[in-house]
Design a binder for this molecule. Structure first.
Ligand code: AMP
Ligand code: FES
Ligand code: ZN
Ligand code: ZN
Length: 313
C-alpha cells in the first residue's frame, strides 16, 4: 500500500522498492534524475567539455534521457545535441510518427536535432532490407548494424566525442543474462555502460540509463508530460527479449535490487578480467576499404549489407 511521500509527506504515487522509498510525483522525478546523475558519475560517462550526441528513437527511454541530459548539461558542462534516423518503415506510419515526435520534442526543449533519412542519405531503407529476400540475417540484427554504423558516422561528422543511447536497466540486465548463458565472451566484453572509442573515426558509446528501469522511465515521462511513441516497431518479433526481461523481473521480485546487482557486479568484477583476456586476443580495428569507417574486416558489415540490398531489391 502506498503511503506518504518520504520526503515531503504529500500522498505518495510511486513505490521504489529498490530504494525502499514511497514518493510523490515531484520527488519521484527528482529521484530518477539523481539516479541518472549518479550513474554518469559512477561510470565516468560524461565529463566537462564533452560533446555528446544523443540518439533518439522517439521512444520512452531516449526522450526521458533527452529531458534529463538537457537539464544536466549546464551543471556538468557538456554540449548536447540529438540525432534521429528515419529508418523508412512505412507500415502503420511507424517511421513517420517516430520522426515527428522526435522533432517536436527537440523543438520544445530547444535541442539541435541532426536528421538522417536512410533513403536520402544512404540509398536504402529497413523496408528494403526486409524485401530483399536474399538477406538471411534477421531484420532486427540488420537494423542494429545500421543504427550502430549511422549513429557513429554522424556523431563523428558532428565533431562529437560521445554517442549516448537510451538503453535501460531492463535491456542491459536481460542481454547480460543471455550472454552469460551463452558464455558469449565477445559480446560480454563489448557490453557495459561505456564502450570507449577504439581509434580513428569512432566515438565512445555511453548508456546513462544503464541503472534506470523501464518502469522508471515510463513513470518519469508520465509525470513530466513527455509524449513518446508508444507503438512498437512492426518488425519487432521480440519474443525472446521479452521473455528474458520477464525472467530478470521475476528475479527482481524475489530479490529486490538483483537487476542492478547483476550489472554492477559484472562491471566491477567480471568485465575487467574479460577485458584483459580480450585485449590479448582481439582483432585489430582497420578502416573499411569502401567507406573509411572502422571495421575488423576488409569491408564493414554496413557496406556489405548495403551492397546486398541494392543487388537483391
Ligand atoms: P532499440 O535498438 O530500439 O532498442 O533502441 C535503443 C536505443 O537506440 C534507443 O534508446 C535510441 O537511443 C537508439 N535508437 C533506436 N532507434 C533509433 C533511431 N531510429 N534513431 C536514432 N536513435 C535510435
Ligand atoms: Fe529496427 Fe524495428 S526498429 S527493425
Ligand atoms: Zn514528495
Ligand atoms: Zn564500410
Amino acid at each position: 500500500m502506498l503511503k506518504q511521500c518520504k520526503l515531503c509527506g504529500e500522498p505518495a504515487s510511486v513505490r521504489v522498492p529498490y530504494a525502499r522509498l514511497s514518493l510523490c510525483p515531484k520527488h519521484f522525478t527528482e529521484y530518477v534524475e539523481r539516479h541518472v546523475r549518479n550513474t554518469i558519475k559512477r561510470y565516468k560517462l560524461i565529463k566537462s567539455g564533452d560533446r555528446v550526441v544523443l540518439a533518439i528513437s522517439g521512444g520512452k527511454d531516449s526522450l526521458a534521457l533527452l529531458h534529463i541530459l538537457n537539464n544536466l548539461r549546464g551543471e556538468v558542462g557538456f554540449e548536447l545535441s540529438a540525432l534521429n534516423i528515419d529508418l523508412g518503415i512505412r507500415k502503420d506510419d511507424y517511421s513517420l510518427k517516430a520522426v515527428q515526435i522526435s522533432e517536436k520534442y527537440c523543438r520544445e526543449l530547444g535541442v539541435e536535432l541532426a536528421k538522417v533519412d536512410m533513403k536520402r542519405d544512404f540509398g536504402f531503407t529497413i523496408d528494403e532490407v526486409f524485401s530483399s529476400n536474399h538477406v538471411r540475417r534477421p531484420i532486427c540484427s540488420s537494423c542494429g548494424v545500421i543504427k550502430r554504423y549511422v549513429t557513429n558516422k554522424v556523431a563523428v561528422e558532428l565533431g562529437a566525442n560521445s554517442l549516448a543511447t537510451g538503453h535501460n536497466l531492463d535491456d542491459e540486465s536481460a542481454v547480460l543474462l543471455s550472454n552469460y548463458v551463452k558464455a558469449d565472451i565477445d559480446l560480454l566484453v563489448r557490453s557495459g555502460p561505456m564502450l570507449p572509442s577504439r581509434g580513428e573515426r569512432m566515438v565512445s558509446r555511453i548508456k546513462p540509463l544503464y541503472e534506470t528501469s523501464e518502469k522508471e522511465t515510463t513513470l518519469y515521462n508520465f509525470f513530466k508530460g513527455i509524449q513518446h511513441l508508444e507503438q512498437k516497431c512492426p518488425y519487432a518479433s521480440g519474443a525472446s527479449t521479452l521473455r528474458l526481461k520477464e525472467v530478470v523481473n521475476a528475479l527482481e521480485e524475489e530479490w529486490v535490487g538483483s537487476k542492478i546487482a547483476l550489472v554492477r557486479s559484472f562491471n566491477k568484477k567480471i568485465k575487467p578480467i574479460l577485458a584483459e583476456h580480450y585485449s590479448k586476443n582481439s582483432k585489430d580495428i582497420d578502416l573499411c576499404e569502401a567507406c573509411g569507417y572502422p571495421t575488423s574486416t576488409k569491408i564493414c558489415s554496413f557496406c556489405r549489407l548495403k551492397k546486398s540490398v541494392s543487388k537483391n531489391c
